[in-house]
Write a protein that binds this ligand. Structure first.
Ligand SMILES: C[S@@+](CC[C@H](N)C(=O)[O-])C[C@H]1O[C@@H](n2cnc3c(N)ncnc32)[C@H](O)[C@@H]1O
Length: 317
């Protein structure tokens, strides 16, 4: 972020602002831009393809995606509920928070599926939150608020479940995020995180799992293969994802960064796919090739410990 001449100006502009806040500003600016050309119904992740999960989801909610999506995003969101010791009926009394909810579609889907007492989505992108509130909010049952994962604007023990989907890799200070999650969770509540990991973030996550005493990690699933399978299907000619991409009204620069058929946004880098345009963009340093360093995509579930005690229940998939 601080290399080259352009960055000298940026450094001056950012003088006195802590580096973590500069990074958050950059992340928020990126997603403000993405929100400006995203279509209703868009999720901001790669999704996952798992025939077993799809079968369960279809049993629970037949036609859950008829004509409106390829179903991979909904599967990823349903994965956040795997390993929880709750039946669908239990959610009626549970308060759920999603940190890093993007345009709110994932939480909206879960809220329709399991109908929690209250669902709140939080994101650092004001534009994404405006869109979510305009299109998806439902009274007190489903609301969206702008905020920072590392300073959650909620009281202690307000939630029973906190989910975080493909977002924590953007947080400069996960060390502050995890204790914030523990603070807003009821003792015995759960923290469900799904994200992509590179070797560094994976090591850091492993260290935090050991160091942060607030959580007992009760479930883990490596969904790398499922995510890659969804990405290959996204990229196939004539796919739902490619058709949607052609319908988007987006600035030329966003199209260029997207690569051929939007392959970059569809997750091409994670499956090691490089088209000619991507190579040129990376060589010209117009688009970084950093996504190629990602090694795994995983779901982790933790139970929040009672003060000095143990979690109320735990479950394994
Ligand atoms: C890849 S998107 C995923 C969005 C959504 N969970 C989904 O799957 O569609 C990552 C999201 O995390 C949000 N985010 C990144 N850093 C954040 C922070 N410090 N606090 C809150 N949200 C943050 C971004 O604005 C973005 O909406």
């Amino acid at each position: 972020m601080t290399n080259g001449n352009a960055a000298t100006g940026l450094r001056d502009l950012n003088a006195g602002i802590p580096e973590a806040d500069q990074l958050k500003g950059a992340v928020s600016a990126v997603y403000e831009d993405v929100a400006s050309w995203s279509r209703t119904g868009d999720f901001w992740h790669w999704g996952m393809h798992c025939p077993k999960l799809l079968e369960e989801l279809t049993d629970l909610c037949p036609n859950f995606n008829a004509g409106v999506s390829d179903g991979f995003s909904e599967q990823l969101y349903v994965q956040t509920l795997r390993g929880l010791p709750h039946s669908a009926n239990d959610f009626k009394t549970l308060n759920v928070l999603e940190v890093g909810c993007g345009m709110g579609e994932g939480l909206n889907f879960l809220a329709r599926l399991v109908d929690p007492a209250r669902a709140v989505g939080l994101d650092i992108s004001a534009a994404a939150i405006r869109r979510a509130n305009a299109l998806l909010a439902r009274g007190d049952r489903l609301t969206y608020v702008e905020g920072d994962a590392e300073r959650l604007p909620f009281g202690d023990q307000e939630f029973d479940l906190v989910i975080n989907v493909e977002s924590s890799h953007n947080h400069p200070d996960v060390e502050r995020f995890f204790p914030e999650v523990a603070r807003v969770l009821e003792p015995g509540g759960h923290f469900s995180l799904i994200d992509v990991f590179d070797p560094r973030s994976s090591a850091r996550f492993g260290r935090l799992q050991q160091e942060i005493a607030d959580f007992e990690w009760i479930h883990e699933r490596d969904v790398t293969g499922n995510v890659k399978s969804a990405i290959r299907r996204h990229m196939a000619p004539g796919s739902f994802c490619r058709e949607e991409y052609t319908r988007k009204r987006m600035p030329l620069r966003a199209r260029i960064i997207g690569g051929i058929g939007g392959a970059h946004y569809a997750g091409a880098d994670f499956i090691g796919h490089r088209d000619a345009l991507s190579r040129v963009l990376e060589l010209a340093r117009i688009r970084p090739g950093f996504v190629g360093e990602y090694e795994s995509y995983r779901h982790h579930l933790a139970a929040c410990l009672t003060v000095g005690g143990s979690p109320s229940q735990s479950a394994k998939e």
